[in-house]
Design a protein around this ligand. Structure first.
Ligand SMILES: [Cu+2]
Length: 391
C-alpha cells in the first residue's frame, strides 16, 4: 500500500515533467522557426503566442515544483517524520529577507530618484503646497514603515512551531475605537489643511498683480504683456488672423501699447496673474518650479496667480547649476511637437525688471496695423471663397 501510493505519485510527477518539457521545447522551436524569413518583421500574433506559451510553461514548472515538494512531504510523513516546521522556518526566513530587501529598495529609490526631484518651491503658494505634501508624507510614511516592519518581522518571529498554539482573540472594543478615531482625526487634519491651502491659493489676484496673457497653440506659447498702462487690451476670437494670432482688439486703447515676448520676465516678490487661453486644442500651462498648473481651453479663459520669491540667479546658486532656468511647459499631449512647447521664465529684481521693460516696444505700429488689415482682408476673402465653394 505504502509503495503503491509513492509509485503512483512518481508516475504523476514524471508525466507532469514530460508535459512541461514538451511545452518548453515546442515553445523554443516556435520561436526559432527555420522557415521564417529573417528580414520580415515578426507579426504581433507570434509574439502573443510565444509569451502565452511561456506563461503556460512557467505555470507548469511551478506546478511541477509544487507537486515535487508535496511528494517529498508525503514520503516523509509515510516514513513517520515531522515535516511542517521545516517549511515554516524557511518561509519565516524568506519573509525576513524579503522585508530587508523591500526596505533596501525603498532606501535606494529615495536616495537615487529623490535627488532628481524639483528644487525648493520658488513661489509663496508653492512653499505652502510643498509643506502640505511633506506633512502628508510624514504621516503616511511613518504608518507605512511601522506596519511593514511589523508585517515582515512578525511573520518571521511568530512562524508556526510545534511549541505554541495561536491565541484566539475575538475582538477588543477599546482597540477598535482607537484605530478608528486616530486615523479619522489625522485624515480630518490633513483634509482641512489641504482645503485651507487650496482656498488660499485660489483667491482672486491682488490689484497690483502684473497681468499676463498666455495663449497656447500647436506648438508654441504666445505671451502678451500690458504696456505702460499696465492694462491688457481686450481680445476676440473673430479677430484672429495670420498676423493677429490671438485676436487682440487694437481698437481698444489699452491694447495699443501691449507687447509680445519670447521669454517671460517676472519681478521677484510681485504677484503675477496669468490669463490663459488656447487657439486650437487643449493645452496646459505647467510651471513646475512655482508649483502651478492650469488647463488652457479654447473659448474658455482660465487664470492662475502666484508670487515668485526666488530670482533665477539665486536659484542657480541654490541648485549649484549655472545653466538653471525656470520654464513654462505644456502638460497636455496636444500633438506631435507638444514637447517643444516651452518658454523660459526669468525672475529678476525690480531694477532689472524695469530695465528690461524699458527695452520692450509696443507691437502695434503703423506697419503692423497695415499687416493686420491686409491679413484681415485675405482672411475675409478666403472665407468668402469657402462659402462660394460650399454653395
Ligand atoms: Cu500643448
Amino acid at each position: 500500500m505504502k509503495y503503491s501510493i509513492l509509485s503512483k505519485m512518481k508516475l504523476n510527477l514524471k508525466a507532469l515533467s514530460a508535459f512541461a518539457l514538451i511545452t518548453l521545447s515546442s515553445t523554443i522551436a516556435l520561436a526559432q522557426d527555420p522557415n521564417a524569413l529573417p528580414t520580415e518583421p515578426k507579426p504581433l500574433s507570434i509574439d502573443f503566442w510565444f509569451y502565452t506559451l511561456l506563461l503556460v510553461a512557467a505555470v507548469l514548472v511551478f506546478a511541477v515544483i509544487n507537486k515535487t515538494v508535496k511528494a517529498l512531504e508525503l514520503t516523509h510523513t509515510l516514513n513517520g517524520k515531522e515535516v511542517g516546521n521545516k517549511w515554516n522556518k524557511i518561509n519565516g526566513v524568506i519573509f525576513l529577507i524579503f522585508g530587508l530587501g523591500f526596505f533596501s529598495a525603498i532606501f535606494w529609490e529615495f536616495n537615487t530618484h529623490g535627488r532628481q526631484l524639483l528644487p525648493e518651491a520658488a513661489s509663496i503658494h508653492g512653499a505652502q503646497t510643498d509643506y502640505l505634501f511633506n506633512i502628508t508624507l510624514i504621516f503616511t510614511g511613518a504608518v507605512f514603515v511601522l506596519t511593514h516592519i511589523l508585517l515582515f518581522f512578525f511573520a518571521f518571529k511568530y512562524k508556526g512551531s510545534g511549541k505554541r498554539k495561536a491565541f484566539f482573540y475575538s475582538h477588543n472594543d477599546k482597540l477598535e475605537v482607537y484605530w478608528t478615531l486616530i486615523p479619522a482625526i489625522v485624515l480630518a487634519v490633513l483634509v482641512f489643511s489641504g482645503w485651507k491651502t487650496w482656498t488660499n491659493i485660489t483667491t482672486p489676484a491682488p490689484q497690483e498683480a502684473l497681468q499676463l496673457d498666455v495663449t497656447g497653440k500647436q506648438f508654441a506659447w504666445i505671451v502678451r504683456y500690458p504696456g505702460t498702462d499696465k492694462v491688457l487690451g481686450t481680445k476676440a476670437f473673430k479677430l484672429v488672423n495670420d498676423v493677429n494670432e490671438t485676436g487682440v482688439n487694437y481698437n481698444d486703447i489699452n491694447a495699443k501699447d501691449d507687447f509680445f515676448t519670447r521669454e517671460i520676465y517676472l519681478p521677484v516678490n510681485r504677484p503675477v496673474k496669468f490669463n490663459f487661453g488656447a487657439r486650437d486644442v487643449l493645452h496646459s500651462a505647467y510651471l513646475p518650479h512655482f508649483r502651478a498648473q492650469m488647463n488652457c481651453v479654447p473659448g474658455m479663459p482660465t487664470t492662475f496667480w502666484f508670487t515668485p520669491t526666488i530670482t533665477t540667479d539665486e536659484m542657480r546658486v541654490k541648485t549649484n547649476d549655472p545653466k538653471f532656468d525656470y520654464l513654462l511647459l505644456c502638460a497636455k499631449i496636444c500633438g506631435t511637437a507638444h514637447y517643444n512647447m516651452q518658454v523660459k521664465i526669468v525672475v529678476v529684481d525690480e531694477a532689472a525688471y524695469a530695465t528690461w521693460l524699458a527695452t520692450q516696444k509696443p507691437y502695434y505700429t503703423e506697419e503692423t496695423a497695415k499687416q493686420i488689415t491686409e491679413a484681415e482682408v485675405a482672411r475675409m476673402k478666403a472665407e468668402e471663397e469657402r462659402k462660394l465653394a460650399l454653395n
